[in-house]
Design a protein. Structure first.
Length: 291
DNA sequence: AACCTTGACAACCGCAGAGCT
DNA sequence: GAGCTCTGCGGTTGTCAAGGT
């Protein structure tokens, strides 16, 4: 790559630099220029397009907002499930997670996590990266998400597609739920999965689990150990049968079997935790948290 | 009606890695 | 190999609208 035209650094634009929200005119300039000349070389692009923005700003605006493939609107239940599970594999590697959510940007995934998921952790008075909260997601939230997905299966909303250029084997959950189009060959799916819903896993009720506060979630290797992906999860259908009630039984035994949020409707995450859940987790799982 | 809080989203910043001169 | 620039990523902050008081 030749940089001879890119000698000007962002700061050399000096006081002309614009910041803050983009105007319609700026969006138009950027869109038109990219459609004519393609992406890349953002600093040069910014100058030649007549934008008083940094290259970084232009790139961000294009990738997160103007790009035609950007998908806008609410995060679907399937996408929520994907995010939760992928985060278990990749941690805060938002761009990696976003690869599995076509049309979604890393920024969007990151924002979702911060505004929604962290809120749930807060409700449980857990740190979002604690093992306790991981367990809460694994044994309560995800099974409930799956049930809600099944309950809304008649919803014709198009399933998200897996990312391109990955070579990982397909997990049943992914293939069953997110790649419904048989014509959509060549999809490959995330290497997550086994740990989340393996019936052999049960929450650490001892309260003695070590703090995993640094997003040290289950490693990818953990999740890819399973030779046959279908053995790991068995698809969402099987997940429900084998996991949801089973994990839920810990809680359902406490009398909250109807608290899965299925009947409440909507995609709000407000009601994922019943009062029983909150008490349960706060008392038995989160005692050691200092959140 | 005014003010405050909250949530969602957009945008910026700093850093690290890759590639080029 | 050193220095420079670009690109991409993750963390953080800013903005605005909606809802509540």
């Amino acid at each position: 790559m030749i940089y001879e035209e890119d000698d000007h650094q962002d700061q050399q634009l000096g006081g002309e630099l614009r910041k803050g929200p983009w105007t319609v005119e700026e969006d138009s300039l950027l869109s038109n220029y990219v459609s004519l000349h393609g992406e890349g070389r953002w600093n040069s692009l910014a100058r030649h397009a007549g934008l008083k923005r940094t290259g970084k700003s232009c790139r961000l605006r294009w990738l997160n907002y103007l790009r035609p493939s950007v998908r806008r609107g609410n995060i679907t239940l399937q996408e929520q499930l994907l995010i939760l599970e992928l985060h278990s594999s990749y941690g805060n590697r938002w761009s990696k997670i976003a690869q599995y959510l076509p049309g979604r940007t890393d920024n969007e995934v990151k924002n979702y996590w911060r505004t929604r998921v962290q809120k749930q952790a807060k409700q449980l008075k857990c740190d979002v990266n604690s093992k306790q909260f991981q367990d809460a997601m694994r044994y309560v939230w995800i099974p409930r998400l799956i049930e809600r997905i099944q309950a809304t299966r008649s919803d014709p909303s198009p399933p998200p597609h897996p990312p391109p250029n990955t070579t990982t084997t397909t997990t049943a959950a992914a293939s069953a739920d997110f790649c419904l189009d048989d014509n959509d060959v060549n999809y490959e799916v995330a290497p997550w999965g086994s740990g989340w819903v393996d019936p052999n896993f049960m929450p650490d009720m001892s309260g003695t689990s070590s703090d995993t506060s640094d997003a040290q979630v289950s490693s990818v290797s953990d999740l890819t150990e399973c030779g046959n992906p279908t053995d790991c999860i068995g698809g969402v259908e099987n997940m429900s049968a084998s996991t949801s009630w089973q994990y839920g039984s810990e809680l359902q035994g406490n009398g909250q079997s109807d608290q899965i949020g299925l009947l409440s409707g909507g995609d709000s995450l407000e009601n994922w935790w019943s009062e029983e859940d909150l008490r349960f987790f706060q008392h038995q799982l989160c005692d050691e948290q200092v959140f």
